[in-house]
Design a protein. Structure first.
Length: 254
């Protein structure tokens, strides 16, 4: 199994519009961050987590021509608004794409993208062909990867992270329930959000993310969902052993 980081940025992406800070104007490609998403590739299967606002660009950049399933963490714009791009994968691969999420996210996707699911919309460019599947905490298998949905706190919302074999992907997290922490013990890889330096009501700051790493003790940690306050090289130099920043295009084997 390998994990491709399609995007490692927060909801605005980096550079942020209208900003001329040192990171937004940096020439370091690791400081160019599309909206957060990963692709899990295993024995020819391509499992996508979230259809980010930048999905089209991410797929073109990484020559992605196949998506077999989608896992959704939650319904916020930066995690779902690329949903219409899935229709190209329907057409060229002749498949209906199964999409997995908790009940509240499925409700929001059906409501916000009613034109896809109402059965009456006609569009010249066609509609995505998707089948929505609600998930709970039970483990299931997609493309040879064991997938366990994990409850995560995002401000006042309960969203999902995912355990994927012995790796975990957790983004937009401001708290982790004790029951979920029990499932995050002895991980090979923890991918966790670390938004920036300052406290935030709906996302871990760097210090909170590091405290979580110290508690969970994964063998390797990669921080993602990063804002424009982090210069990749400068922040990387201060991180403890076994902890690193994601960057767009990064590939991790497990």
């Amino acid at each position: 199994m390998n994990i491709l980081f399609l995007g490692s940025g927060t909801s605005t992406g980096v550079p942020s519009l209208c900003c001329d800070c040192d990171v937004c104007t940096s020439s370091d490609p690791r400081n160019k961050r599309l909206r957060s998403s990963i692709l899990i590739r295993n024995n020819g299967n391509h499992l996508l987590i979230d259809t980010s606002t930048d999905l089209r660009q991410q797929c073109l950049t990484n020559n992605i021509t196949q998506i077999n399933q989608v896992l959704y963490t939650h319904h916020h714009a930066d995690h779902v608004h690329g949903i219409d791009e899935l229709r190209s994968f329907n057409f060229f691969n002749n498949l209906v794409i199964p999409c997995y999420a908790n009940e509240s996210t499925i409700h929001e996707i059906r409501t916000k993208f009613d034109y896809i699911f109402n059965g009456t919309t006609q569009m010249g460019g066609g509609l995505p062909k998707l089948k929505l599947h609600p998930v709970n905490g039970e483990t299931f298998t997609l493309g040879g990867v064991a997938v366990t949905p994990l409850d995560i706190i995002h401000g006042e919302l309960t969203i999902l992270g995912y355990k994927l074999n012995n790796c975990a992907y957790i983004t937009d997290c401001s708290g982790i329930p004790d029951e979920t922490k029990e499932q995050l013990q002895d991980l090979d890889i923890l991918i966790l959000n670390a938004l920036g330096f300052a406290p935030h009501p709906t996302h871990f700051s760097l210090s909170q993310a590091l405290a979580t790493v110290e508690e969970l003790k994964p063998r390797r940690t990669i921080f993602t969902h990063i804002n424009h306050k982090f210069d990749h090289e400068m922040v990387s130099a201060e991180l403890p052993e076994g902890v690193e920043l994601a960057y767009d295009g990064m590939v991790v084997e497990n």
